[in-house]
Design a protein around this ligand. Structure first.
Ligand SMILES: [Cu+2]
Length: 407
């Protein structure tokens, strides 16, 4: 996977200095003219808003929201100021294609006193020009009512995360965090899949061992309510007092996590964590943790196979397969995992439930720590849990987008 392409530290510093030089001249670093690469364009607004959690008033958040590509800063502000979403939109790119990501800082409705900039930091991305790294001390950031287009050419497939890096302990906890993943160049090759069923792979494995039928991107996070409330009320919060009370998957807690995408009851938390499968489906979980605690996740009844860590295929330098099977998956802050599992056959003898798609067995994908499986002030299952539903028959059509839900 092109280890030879990775620049040394010296060349990184040189390229960074060059990029800043260009930026001072008024133009962002542009890709070589005439390059015939496919380009993906994404636009985000950085702003504030409120999310819904069971058992409390709407919670104040900062966050990103998807903006129309090509919209001016003024248009983005008019449409999206105060409408942050949590978790941030899932961004997908393809290996070696260009990605242009335009960030508009739309400002904060509730905190007009707070003149904070925002940035995009693509965590784990091997980025030659420091200009687009989003670390404000060594790069640039986006002031209120301004716009910056970040440019990336991803060479290394896998699952990553992105977040704002401006006052990052605060802005990340406030909600400016999401998953970004890179599809491998191997995608589209039907001959590699041992089952001849799919053309999608987690990595350039060369042997089809990371083939999957459906994939799901899930960001693990925690919410320290006092930091959010203090921010809204113009008070200080000391981050060493961090003691989170809600434990989220894609910015929702169970049972919110199993509501479909774009559910009307959660207008600012559109991303579901529901995993719906036909029997025999190979599911890829793209997992990342942008909380400040380690989490241990389990899927009782189904074995997990970890094929990638931190956007790197688990292979030794010799080429030996170092993927591993486990019942418990550990994710530290800032870590990502690519995990495969196969949906078991529908078991008529096991407890089943029914949703709009049919009768299904339910498996829980959940934190192993019971203190992270409840919501404050309520009894029963909550927190960092979602359902894997395996249907009788095969009622689900092929997946068209990551994390697709079928109501
Ligand atoms: Cu920010």
């Amino acid at each position: 996977m092109g280890g030879d392409r990775r620049p040394g530290r010296r060349s990184v510093l040189r390229a960074g200095a060059l990029a800043v030089g260009f930026a001072v001249g008024g133009q962002a670093l542009a890709p070589a003219a005439g390059a015939a690469r496919a380009a993906t364009r994404v636009a985000l607004a950085g702003t504030d808003g409120h999310m819904v959690l069971p058992g409390r008033e709407p919670l104040y958040v900062f966050g990103f929201a998807r903006a129309p590509v090509g919209a001016s800063a003024g248009e983005v502000i008019a449409a999206l100021k105060g409408r942050a979403q949590h978790v941030a939109p899932i961004i997908e790119a393809r290996q070696d294609d260009d990605l242009y990501l335009t960030l508009t800082n739309a400002g904060l409705v509730m905190r007009p006193d707070l003149a904070d900039s925002h940035t995009i930091h693509w965590h784990g991305f091997r980025l030659p020009p420091v200009l687009f790294d989003g670390v404000p001390e060594m790069s640039v950031s986006v002031p209120i009512e301004r716009q910056l287009t970040y440019f990336y050419r991803p060479h290394d497939p896998g699952t990553y995360m992105y977040h704002c890096h401006f006052e990052d302990v605060e802005h990340v906890q406030m909600g400016m965090a999401g998953i970004v993943f890179v599809r491998p160049a191997q995608d589209g090759d039907a001959a590699l899949d041992p089952l001849r069923r799919t053309t999608t792979y987690a990595y350039n494995d060369g042997d089809g061992s990371t083939a999957y039928d459906r994939h799901f991107a899930i960001l693990l996070n925690e919410i320290e309510e006092r930091m959010h409330d203090a921010d809204e009320q113009i008070q200080e919060f000391i981050p060493t007092d961090y003691e989170p009370t809600y434990f989220t998957l894609n910015g929702r807690v169970y049972p919110q996590t199993v509501l479909p995408n774009d559910h009307p009851s959660l207008p600012r938390q559109p991303v579901s964590s529901l995993i719906q499968l036909n029997p025999g489906d190979r599911a890829l979980l793209r997992l990342a943790n942008l909380g400040y605690r380690q989490h241990a996740m389990q899927l009782p009844g189904i074995e997990l196979k970890v094929v990638g860590e931190d956007a790197t295929l688990r292979r030794a330098q010799s080429g030996a397969d170092t993927s591993y099977r486990t019942g418990t998956l550990y994710l530290g802050p800032g870590e990502a995992r690519d995990v495969l599992f196969t949906a078991p056959p529908f078991d008529p003898a096991a407890p089943a439930t029914q949703d709009a798609r049919g009768v299904c067995n339910v498996y829980l994908f959940k934190n192993r720590d019971f203190r992270r499986l409840g919501n404050p002030g309520s009894t029963g299952l909550g927190g960092m849990a979602t359902e894997v539903r395996v249907y009788r028959g095969s009622p689900l059509p092929p997946q068209t987008v990551v994390g697709e839900t079928y109501a």
